[in-house]
Design a protein around this ligand. Structure first.
Ligand code: SF4
Length: 213
């Protein structure tokens, strides 16, 4: 399983190391394409994820760099990729696979999309990434353990394939559900903003604690 380095909710040093952005020199933030409203989900919609971007969508001290690794690697619409036998880091190391709901192996396309995302992130000199959790590509806290259409659905702690590749390339990541970390980022990006003291990161929220103990 992928470690915590570069995963901002678990890596306070990486969070503290981010510079203060300005309007002239905004943070360059890689954003899951669906969170930017792109119709790049498996069903050709954005899943309504644009609402999850919140303040990130309009902050003038952020330059948004949207990308969808599954669209690049597999196309849209597509069948549902999920991780089998490990997380995205295990996929990159050849220890786990990505299969769809029919058992078709999508590993090669997922790795291709992940590498393209890293290439784009480095070309755009992104400083951090805000990614949609629970995706087999973009997940950074929780991903499915096997096919998500199985009943009951199983989950694992870990990262998706694109997230693993980004972390290995030195790009910090945070999910849309990591509310405490996003509040700290907002404090840096919006002068005068005061972070909500009750905000919790995803791994401190009740669902996560009930699921993983
Ligand atoms: S791969 Fe990432 S960007 Fe693309 S639809 Fe899934 S979560 Fe959104």
């Amino acid at each position: 399983m992928t470690g915590t380095a570069g995963r901002l909710p678990h890596d306070p040093e990486a969070l503290a190391a981010l510079r203060i952005p300005t309007e002239d020199d905004p943070w360059r933030v890689l954003l899951s394409g669906c969170m930017a409203g792109w119709p790049c989900g498996v069903d050709g919609t954005s899943y309504g994820m644009e609402g999850a971007a919140g303040w990130l969508a309009t902050c003038p001290r952020i330059r948004r760099v949207p990308f969808c690794p599954e669209d690049v690697g597999l196309g849209t619409p597509r069948t549902m990729p999920d991780l089998h036998g490990g997380d995205g880091g295990d996929v990159l190391d050849g220890r786990a696979r990505v299969l769809d709901e029919h058992g078709v192996d999508l590993t090669e396309g997922m790795i291709r999309g992940a590498r393209a995302m890293v290439e784009h992130a480095l070309a755009q000199r992104v400083e951090l990434a805000v990614l949609t959790d629970m995706s087999a590509a973009c997940g950074s806290q929780v991903i499915s353990d096997g096919c998500r259409f199985d009943s009951p659905r199983r989950f694992q702690r870990g990262v998706g394939v694109a997230t693993a590749a980004l972390l290995r390339a030195g790009v910090c990541v945070v999910s849309q559900r990591d509310r405490a970390t996003l509040e700290r980022l907002r404090e840096r990006a919006e002068p005068g903003y005061v972070a909500e003291v009750d905000a919790l990161d995803w791994h401190r929220q009740p669902w996560y604690l009930q699921t993983f103990g």
